[in-house]
Write a protein that binds this ligand. Structure first.
Ligand SMILES: *Cc1c(COP(=O)(O)O)cnc(C)c1O
Length: 406
């Protein structure tokens, strides 16, 4: 049913954007406002008779900016969606999608294993505005069906969940969403290029471009990959959440991401190759490592059934150190004694980043919920980098874990 899709090919097949003087890099359009050649055109732009993205008549950069528009076209090609909307952060992408769809009284069913910020948005902030969420375990489609009420509008999940690395069955969730007329939103931040959720039935794909897509940990950005109709709804002058709440992506940040997208495929393959080598080593040492590339990961086959061939399994792995104390001792050794990586939240950087999730990026999630989602207090999340030789990295982590697990 799903013909194979190569997002790298899709990225190279869309129209290249040259700079103003024929430069190989696109120009950055920094203007906040644009001259309109004929006075009569202004109302036509306001009433939508002339669309900035279709007719090249730009109005104001919170509405459409030509540089952001270039990035949006690349993201849409990569995720195989009609349209994409760049935003100032991953969180604003998620919040705008939800607020565009839901009103007070509506209900969301979300996977329990989501990013801590998303969990807090759903659990604490949105209920203040009358939007409630029921959380379910990502593998439990019976619980998912049972949680749906007549008020439900959205199903929400992450392709590869943060930080427990559970894989969602996108086709199964999409089938349930379609049967109930719901919008299925997938956060694909951990697996750009590797999995294309829209190919398997996701209606909207969101990204924190802060992570792998930018890859340099030097800016914050997000993207909403969706239908043209939904994208235009987000930009609507009367009711669009991106237009009216205003999480505008800066064209300079958009330019930086545009220049890094062409090597995203190279980076993702290399992150995956190194994560696989490290996971295999930790496994050989008898340690409880979680990596979807390992054949004994419970979701290995499911991951394989959705993955685009040739991109590997991504750069995220986890090691259950049992207790937070031991996890913290280990990251101290790995950073300060053997130079394996850096103690920092976030992911997708070229250097390795390590964090103990339960007390950092998932600390918004209450303890009983953490237990429910199988999040061990000693879970060490590692975003495997692409610097240094694989041999030296394997040696460093082996020395580190032997020192701490001895
Ligand atoms: C970081 C992250 C977000 C939030 O993105 P920001 O760019 O930090 O706003 C959302 N989802 C996932 C899976 C993330 O890792």
């Amino acid at each position: 049913m799903h013909a194979s899709f190569d997002p790298e090919l899709a990225l190279t097949q869309i129209r290249r954007e040259f700079g103003e003087h024929g430069g190989v890099a696109p120009s950055i359009e920094r203007s906040s406002t644009f001259t309109v050649m004929e006075p009569g055109m202004v109302p036509e732009i306001f009433t939508g008779q002339r669309a900035p993205d279709r007719d090249g008549c730009y109005l104001y950069s919170r509405h459409f900016n030509p540089t952001v528009d270039v990035l949006d076209r690349y993201l849409a090609a990569m995720e195989n969606t009609e349209f994409a909307v760049g935003t100032a952060s991953g969180m604003s992408a998620i919040a705008c999608v939800i607020l565009q769809i839901c009103r007070a009284g509506d209900h969301i069913v979300s996977s329990r294993t989501v990013y801590g910020g998303t969990h807090a948005l759903l659990q604490h902030l949105l209920p203040r505005h009358g939007i409630a969420t029921t959380f379910v375990n990502p593998g439990d489609t019976a619980a998912l069906e049972a949680a749906i009420t007549p008020k439900t509008r959205i199903l929400f999940a992450e392709t590869l969940s943060n930080p427990t690395l559970a894989v969602i069955d996108i086709r199964a969730w999409a089938a349930i969403a379609n049967a109930h007329g719901l919008t299925f939103i997938v956060d694909n931040t951990f697996t750009p290029l590797i999995i294309s959720p829209a190919r398997h039935g996701a209606h909207i794909v969101v990204h924190s471009m802060t992570k792998y897509i930018n890859g340099a940990s030097d800016l914050v950005a997000g993207s909403i990959c969706c239908s043209r109709e939904f994208g235009h709804a987000l930009y609507d002058l009367q009711s669009g959440c991106v237009m009216l709440l205003g999480p505008t992506l800066d064209p300079r940040a958009a330019f930086d991401i545009i220049q890094r997208l062409p090597h995203l495929p190279v980076r993702m393959r290399e992150h995956g190759r190194r994560a696989m080598a490290i996971a295999t080593r930790l496994k050989a040492l008898g340690l409880p490592v979680i990596y979807t590339g390992l054949p004994d990961h419970p979701d290995h086959d499911l991951f394989m059934s959705m993955a685009n061939p040739g991109y590997g399994f991504g750069g995220m792995l986890a090691l259950d150190c049992g207790t937070a104390e031991r996890a913290n001792t280990l990251i101290g050794v790995l950073q300060n004694e053997v130079n394996f990586g850096l103690i920092a939240v976030s992911l997708g950087y070229f250097d390795t980043l390590m964090s103990v999730s339960s007390s950092s990026t998932s600390s918004e999630i209450p303890d009983d919920e953490q237990k429910e989602m199988n999040l061990s207090p000693g879970l060490l999340r590692i975003s495997v980098g692409i610097t240094g030789s694989i041999e030296s990295r394997l040696e460093q982590i082996t020395t580190g874990v032997k020192r701490v697990f001895a």
